[in-house]
Design a binder for this molecule. Structure first.
Ligand code: EPU
Length: 425
């Protein structure tokens, strides 16, 4: 077990480069199941969740060889022999369900367990099962197990009753080799969906409309071998996390290797909060704000304010003058970490599981706390830098799931953060 020990209130400055997007990498790896030959992926982040997806791929017979720095992977799925995903790994990553669509399309059946992942609220698979059923699959459910069968999937019109990122991507993968045309309506529009469609189109798929609410997929017999490599897009959530860190600690920080065009609504909120931001083509420069102002934040599907920015933004708002409201609309369990901010001295009232009211600014003090999930975990790291004294954060495995060598990279900004082995917390 490891923990972080953070000494707060140290001046931070300099630049920090953004990694490849976790949530795109987690979809492109299973997409390789549909691709003949070898796929070369670059700009892959070195994080726990990617490690689990690679292990899953190997667990069903795929091969994956990395460069020394593990940012480039060569993946071949030629020798996949089973469509039963190893149970132990499935429960370690929510994204494991992303293998369902491609395995079903290629082998006509898939066995999987209900996936694990963050403890941020109920995360059912009902939409995925509905979508695959609409495409002709038969689903047999056991005790948190699913056996999904379809000799050949057929194109269908599927209307999402609520927007889902992974289900949009999963159905996209299922539909690529289906008979006929599939139309996904009220689909997710995240940059990762566009990247996945581009990856597949480059390899012979026929997908139109990714990035809009209606995606049309015309099934093809098979994808083609393509030697060109594919670069994972920059992680907009990591970039936003660094922006919140810079703003909350009043530090001049330049965030490089990012895609500001994916962050418009987030940047708008930062500006409303009084943060001064200079946009470059692939960078964001954050300058210390004269005064941070309270704002209202309502999380929303892309292109709205992403739920994954919510926790870092909440920490920033503990330093803003006035009363802020944070309304988390996507997940019902994603505000409970605010209890830990309260232990550190933040003045936060939970109105209900979806809304907190923040009175700022408040003087945060270092405390011993446990990281509950990826985004709340990194938010607590930011709180540690804002706070007076020492903050100890346990269960940092959760943070490593989504942020590559975060302590090392933050030390590059002058941060005092140590990773320490521990038997207990
Ligand atoms: N939902 C259902 N039924 C389903 C699927 C989803 O009711 O079958 C509900 C969920 O419970 C949630 C809402 O729909 O309330 C939206 O969930 P969505 O399916 O969009 O989330 P996801 O695809 O499981 C991805 C990201 C999350 C990110 C959300 C929202 C991946 C691997 N995960 O999750 O990322 O918060 O979209 O944008 O892409 C993270 O990176 O920390 C993270 C949790």
């Amino acid at each position: 077990m490891q923990k972080f020990i953070i000494a707060g209130r140290k001046p931070l400055s300099g630049h920090i480069a953004v990694s490849g997007d976790k949530n795109t990498a987690l979809k492109i790896i299973p997409a390789c199941v549909l691709v003949p030959g070898t796929t070369r992926l670059t700009n892959v982040p070195v994080i726990e969740d990617v490690g689990v997806m690679i292990e899953l791929l190997k667990g069903i017979g795929g091969t994956a060889v990395s460069s020394d720095d593990q940012h480039t992977w060569e993946i071949s799925t030629k020798n996949i022999t089973t469509s039963t995903l190893p149970e132990k790994l499935v429960t370690r990553a929510r994204a494991s369900s992303m293998f369902a669509g491609p395995l079903l399309a290629r082998f006509g059946e898939v066995h999987l367990r209900h996936p694990g992942g963050d403890v941020i609220g109920e995360r059912p698979l009902d939409l995925l099962l509905e979508g695959l059923t609409a495409m002709g699959a038969q689903v047999t459910q056991g005790d948190r197990t699913y056996h999904i069968k379809a000799k050949r999937l057929r194109g269908a019109k599927f209307v999402f009753r609520r927007v889902s990122v992974t289900v949009t991507e999963n159905l996209l993968l299922a539909a690529v080799l289906a008979d006929g045309v599939t139309e996904l309506s009220n689909a997710a529009m995240e940059p990762g969906v566009i990247a996945l469609a581009e990856f597949l189109n480059q390899r012979g798929a026929k997908i139109q409309g990714a990035g809009s609410p209606t995606i049309k997929i015309t099934g093809v017999k098979h994808l083609t071998e393509k030697s060109a490599e594919f670069a994972i897009i920059p992680d907009r959530i990591e970039a936003g996390t660094f922006a919140c860190l810079a703003a909350a600690t009043h530090s001049p920080i330049e965030i490089t290797n990012c895609e500001p065009a994916h962050m418009d609504v987030f940047i708008k909120h930062l500006e409303l909060a009084g943060v001064s931001i200079k946009r470059g083509a692939a960078s964001l420069s954050i300058r210390p704000a004269k005064k941070l102002r309270a704002i209202e934040v309502v999380t929303h599907e892309y292109p709205g304010f992403a739920t994954d920015y919510q926790a870092p933004m909440t920490v920033l708002l503990t330093q803003a003058e006035g009363v802020s409201l944070v309304h988390e609309t996507i997940f019902e369990g994603r505000l409970f970490y605010t209890d830990k901010l309260k232990q550190m001295g933040a003045r936060i009232i939970m109105a209900d599981p979806h809304r907190v009211i923040i009175n700022g600014p408040s003087n945060l003090r270092g405390r011993k706390i446990i990281s509950p999930d990826i985004r709340a975990g990194i938010a607590l790291v930011i709180a540690g830098f804002v706070a007076e004294g020492t903050t100890t954060i346990g269960n940092i495995y959760q943070i490593d799931r989504g942020y590559e060598k975060i302590d090392e990279r933050l030390r590059g900004l002058g941060a005092d953060i140590q990773r320490v082995e521990t038997d207990y917390f």
